[in-house]
Design a protein around this ligand. Structure first.
Ligand code: B12
Length: 227
């Protein structure tokens, strides 16, 4: 099996072999290569980007019928183990005053959570307090949670196009819920685009967790300065 050209976000041979290990569903080799790169001082975010490129290939092969559900599950399990390995390094920053409170969820009908949990970890590393509601969450539960913790941000992760309607419903409920100031709403996940952001009525969209953290940080700073 070949990793395929042009899909990598990192550099050179290290990227290609990590990608290939995932496409070979070789969990031990994937973890060994990830650990070697960590020990060599590489940023965990780069390793995640490479794994994501491999997951994209797995998804594409599933879409064309070359892979089946079993391969999706296998690749997902391997990626989850990589994220567990990297998590302590991703979390290094996070002490001190909270930058703000974020409620996160994958909404009704969607059980993908790997990307959401990466975003949650990076937010915590940047000093945010995160209430991660999990997957298959109803819009009503999001509103209840956002109100209970007085959330400044609410994030939805979506990997299925069928979730767009539910994101729209949840956004509408949040905007109409009579908060003093409604929380900022951001969406992310492999199938989201700026058009989807406009459709669901969110404030921000990204498929890059680091970009999501940067946006939350900027907004939180602006709010603190009263701008
Ligand atoms: C692994 C996987 C699974 C695993 C999920 C494991 C898990 N625990 O999460 C399992 C096997 C369960 C699964 C099931 C299904 N899957 Co699936 N799956 C994938 C796969 C291969 C990878 C997803 C992934 O983890 N990517 C890696 C993460 C890191 O990327 P990410 O989520 O985009 O997250 C990054 C950013 O987007 C961002 N981010 C994520 N969330 C958020 C949120 C916010 C607020 C912000 C700011 C940022 C952010 O942070 C991350 C890092 O930067 C994708 C293919 C793909 N191209 O993504 C298909 C894919 C998503 N699955 C698909 C399908 C069809 C299914 C099934 C319907 C299959 C079936 N017949 O049963 C079911 C649906 C089950 C359900 N009800 O949800 C399709 C969706 C097609 C569509 N357009 O709707 C895809 C695209 C595959 C394909 N090409 O056909 N799947």
């Amino acid at each position: 099996m070949n990793a395929g050209a042009g899909a990598h976000s990192g550099t050179g041979e290290a990227t290609a072999s990590l990608c290939q290990a995932i496409l070979d569903f070789d969990s031990d080799e994937t973890l060994r290569l990830s650990l070697a790169r960590l020990d060599a001082g590489e940023a965990p975010a780069l390793i995640i980007d490479d794994c994501r490129a491999a997951m994209k290939i797995v998804g594409d092969r599933y879409a064309t019928g070359e892979y089946f559900l079993a391969e999706l599950i296998l690749a997902g399990e391997i990626f989850k183990r990589v994220v567990e390995l990297l998590r302590p390094r991703l979390q290094l920053a996070g002490a001190g005053d909270s930058q703000g409170t974020v409620v996160l969820a994958t909404l009704r009908g969607d059980v993908h959570y790997i990307g959401k949990d990466i975003f949650a970890t990076l937010l915590e590393a940047a000093g945010f307090t995160v209430h991660n509601l999990g997957v298959d969450v109803s819009p009503e539960r999001v509103v209840t949670a956002a109100r209970a913790v007085d959330a400044e941000f609410v994030g939805f992760s979506g990997l299925l196009t069928t979730t767009f309607e539910v994101m729209k419903e949840a956004t509408g409920l949040l905007r109409g819920a009579g908060f003093g100031e409604a929380p900022r709403i951001l969406i992310g996940g492999g199938v989201t685009t700026s058009d989807v952001r406009d459709y669901v009525g969110a404030d921000f969209q990204t498929r890059d967790a680091m970009e999501g953290v940067a946006w939350c940080t900027q907004v939180a700073q602006r709010v603190r300065r009263g701008q």
